[in-house]
Design a protein around this ligand. Structure first.
Ligand SMILES: [Zn+2]
Length: 122
């Protein structure tokens, strides 16, 4: 009776250890995946960084460019992704770009010389 109880307990402990190991492995993988994500959204105009936001911010902002402020790109940062909601540029390539969230990804608006990029906080 005692021996059988002991065996049962040992088996349960083994399962528990297995669960803990799996959980820490999953946690480690999530940590690694999260690390690959960029954590800043940087906005450059004419090659100069003008604005920087956290990717976790909720942002809706107009990026105004041009000699007389005649150009506009509407930048959205939401749910850890950044995209251009609207723009006054002729080609609208920036508007059509899919949302960016990974380190190194960029949205470029050539006519307005605007670059939105995901960067890693150093
Ligand atoms: Zn554009």
């Amino acid at each position: 009776m005692l021996k059988s109880d002991g065996l049962k307990k040992g088996k349960n402990d083994l399962i528990l250890v297995g669960i803990i190991l799996s959980l820490s492995l999953v946690g480690f993988l999530i940590f690694k995946l999260t690390m690959k994500d960029g954590n800043r959204i940087s906005v450059s105009i004419n090659g100069e960084e003008k604005y920087s936001y956290s990717i976790t911010d909720n942002v809706e902002t107009d990026i105004i460019t041009g000699d007389n402020g005649e150009n506009k790109n509407v930048l959205i940062i939401k749910d850890g992704k950044a995209y251009i909601k609207g723009a006054t540029c002729p080609d609208k390539i920036c508007v059509g770009h899919r949302p960016i969230s990974k380190d190194g990804e960029t949205i470029v608006c050539l006519p307005h010389k605007v670059v939105v990029s995901v960067t890693e906080e150093k």
